[in-house]
Ligand binder design. Structure first.
Ligand code: C2E
Ligand code: CA
Ligand code: CA
Length: 694
């Protein structure tokens, strides 16, 4: 037997190469797992090349490390064949671990094929020596080398499969795994080498024609390192690129989501906006068409939101809207859509099995809003008017549905607010009527269709008349006598309230002059001013002119402005009120208790009278809260030196209670309805005669 020997440095190098090749292979497996489409095959081919070359060169360097007392060479074609086998087995291994799953059966079969590949590479490489006579293999060691090859392959495949995904410490784990795999591969090689016996007198048949030479080891080593380095570098760079691309794609997705959110949602409340609502309605219509069922669309408008905005500013208004949105949203199912489509307008889309369910939902929403809101340390009281349409039934597309829901909402408002109305075809004609009414209103003043009704005010203690409030009426040629609710808002919206208001002032003063001439010189005539008139620059001047025209003492005219009007833009109001007060005009704060007065401000107002809103008076008998509020207002007014008037007195009990509390004067249907001037005086005269008789 020829005794072989090993160059220890080359053995060490072969071990390093094996580990490096293993690391590269594991890294490649990771790349393949995250690659897509054609890139998978590119990575498998490139990986197979690099890894095959690495494993093969480990084996070849291992061969070079071995020397016999005779010179050795390597047959070129067999050497290339062993390289090819190494490449194919590597490719197979990489393909296997890039599969979505790796069951045990598949792992076992793969390990067998790969082990066979590595072994055949090794023994083909040995055969390239073309030893004469042939190498004798020890059967035990030979079998052991095959076993190691299969075992190492199984371990390598399993590790590579588990390590494909990027996890924490993946590099460190991969490095450790590469060392284990390297040792296994090297172990297989040197076991195979140990199995080989070279009989005495052998010579190498590949010498001469095949590969040989002193620097062959360096050549192989450097080429291998270069190939592995390139492969590894490509893999690492590509991983970086992929991570970066993923990051970019992520931020792009996020940016897109934010844009969609902005485009489709209301920025204040975060609720869907009109655009998204339109889309949801279309979807709901399609769904009902395909699957049946029904849905309700509810137009929700807040009552009393404007006074909050006026009294506390937009910031408070915004906070309140947010709270309203949150409260409504909190009591809905996730599939319902609540959108904000305007200042204080919301629309709710509710899918239902039964149309009757809409009633419960609407009642709940009304109830939710009517509960007190606590915003920035303030208790705020508002309510909601809701118009409801059903699909199918109340419209064929979203435009018609929304229009009809809007009309139903107006109906709910005019029916007293804080409630809901289902749409009815007659409401649609209401909208058209409204437009017609506006045209009629423009002509009404010239056509002399307005007139004034007078409602008496009485001294609470002795029940004597002390004057009247002038209330506007419109004698409409088709609709008959119209109350202010029907047209004042329209007149305000169009600015017509200015000339109409001037007419009212003039007419009321003319009437007052007549009454003075009839002997009622201690009376006062009260005229209502709308906010628009109050803000109009010519107000003070036109009041002065009217008083002069009818030679009326300023003190016989009371101007009633609502609390909300007076509180809006407090400083400007104060200036106007001060001028009127300086003229000697009597000033009354109307509908007191419905707005949000600050006591500080109230103290500075040059007002003479507070008019308790008739809402409180109405509830007096049922609700002790209102009784408490009324007595507080009376006390407050007395402390500020103001006259207190209660309006809307309808029952004896109310009259007694208000008188007992200390109200100065009373007004209401119980004591006298609003009526034309002739009847007004006739009634007063009749009462006076009845009194003098008794
Ligand atoms: P207001 O100033 O609060 O006027 C009192 C309203 O209460 C009147 O309604 C009157 O008819 C009604 N009323 C009087 N006694 C009772 C009662 O015992 N029970 C009930 N339930 N109601 C009673 P009207 O005439 O329909 O006026 C409504 C509102 O229209 C007025 O409220 C006022 O704000 C406005 N208004 C009336 N005339 C004019 C006007 O000439 N100019 C302006 N800008 N607004 C006016
Ligand atoms: Ca009034
Ligand atoms: Ca009032």
């Amino acid at each position: 037997m020829l005794i072989g020997s090993y160059s220890s440095s080359l053995v060490l190098i072969s071990l390093c190469v094996a580990m490096l090749a293993s690391y590269t292979a594991l890294d490649m497996a990771g790349r393949i797992a995250t690659a897509k489409g054609r890139a998978v095959y590119l990575w498998i081919s490139g990986g197979a090349l690099a890894m095959g070359f690495g494993v093969w060169s480990m084996h070849f360097i291992g061969m070079l490390a071995f020397s016999l007392p005779i010179p050795l060479g390597y047959d070129l074609s067999l050497t290339l064949l062993s390289l090819l086998i190494a490449g194919l087995s590597s490719g197979f291994a990489l393909w296997l671990v890039s599969q979505p799953s790796l069951p045990w059966m598949q792992l076992g079969l793969g390990a067998l094929i790969m082990g066979a590949g590595i072994s055949s590479m090794h023994y083909t490489g040995m055969a390239a020596l073309l030893m004469q006579p042939g190498i004798e293999y020890d059967p035990w060691l030979f079998s052991l080398s095959l076993l190691i090859a299969v075992g190492a392959s199984a371990a390598a495949l399993w590790i590579a499969f588990r390590l494909r995904r990027q996890t924490l410490y993946v590099r460190q784990i991969r490095g450790a795994a590469a060392m284990v795999m390297g040792v296994a591969i090297v172990g297989m090689h040197y076991t195979g080498m140990a199995a080989a016996n070279f009989p005495e007198g052998s010579f190498c048949g590949a010498l001469g024609a095949g590969l040989s030479g002193n620097n062959l080891d360096y050549l192989v080593l450097i080429t291998t390192l270069a190939v592995l380095a390139v492969a590894l570098l490509t893999s690492v760079l590509d991983a970086r690129l992929e991570a970066r691309t993923a990051e970019l794609a992520n931020s792009l997705t996020r940016a897109n989501q934010e844009l969609t959110q902005l485009a489709l949602h209301d920025t204040l409340t975060g609720l869907p906006n009109r655009t998204l609502l339109a889309d949801r309605i279309d979807q709901a219509i399609n769904k009902v068409t395909e699957q049946g069922g029904c849905f309700a669309l509810m137009f929700i408008d807040l009552d009393g939101f404007k006074p909050v905005n006026d009294a506390f500013g937009h910031h408070m208004g915004d906070l309140l809207l947010k709270d309203v949105a949150a409260r409504l949203r909190g009591h809905l199912h996730s599939q319902d859509t609540l959108a904000r489509i305007g200042g204080d307008e919301f629309v709710l889309l509710v899918e239902m099995q039964d149309a009757a369910d809409a009633l419960g939902v609407a009642a709940k929403q009304v109830n939710l809003i009517s509960r007190t809101f606590r915003v920035a340390e303030q208790n705020l009281q508002i309510s909601a008017s809701i118009g409801i349409v059903l699909y199918p039934g109340n419209g064929s597309d979203q435009h018609e549905l929304l229009r009809n829901a809007d009309a139903a909402m107006y109906h709910a408002k005019s029916a007293g607010k804080n409630g809901y109305s289902f749409f009815d075809v007659s409401m649609n004609s209401n909208a058209r009527l409204q437009l017609q009414l506006l045209q009629d209103l423009r002509a009404a003043l010239e056509e002399q269709q307005f007139c004034l009704f007078y409602q008496p005010k009485f001294d609470a203690q002795n029940c004597q008349p002390i004057g009247a409030e002038a209330l506007l009426r419109w004698q409409h040629p088709q609709h008959g006598l119209l109350l202010p609710d029907r047209f004042i808002a329209l007149a305000e919206k169009t600015g017509l309230i200015i000339p109409i208001g001037e007419w009212v002032l003039d007419e009321a003063c003319r009437q007052m002059r007549a009454w003075i001439d009839q002997g009622y010189s201690d009376w006062r005539i009260a005229v209502n001013l709308s906010a628009i008139q109050f803000c109009h620059s010519g107000l003070v001047e036109s009041v002065a002119k009217v008083l002069a025209r009818h030679q009326l003492p300023a003190n016989s005219l009371t101007l009633e402005i609502t609390e909300t009007t007076a509180m809006h833009d407090a400083d400007a109001s104060l200036a106007v009120l001060q001028q009127l007060s300086d003229m000697g005009v009597d000033l009354s704060i109307d509908d007191f208790g419905t707005g949000y007065s600050s006591l500080m401000y109230l103290k500075r107002l040059p007002a003479n009278e507070l008019k308790i809103d008739r809402g409180f008076v109405r509830e007096l008998e049922q609700d002790s809260d209102d009784a408490a509020i009324v007595s507080a207002i009376v006390a407050l007014g007395q402390a500020l030196g103001l006259r207190i008037v209660a309006e809307g007195v309808e029952t004896d009990r109310q009259q007694n209670f208000l008188t007992r509390l200390g109200c100065d004067s009373l007004q209401g249907y119980l004591l006298g309805q609003p009526m034309p001037a002739e009847r007004f005086i006739a009634d007063i005269e009749r009462a006076r005669q009845a009194e003098s008789v008794s």
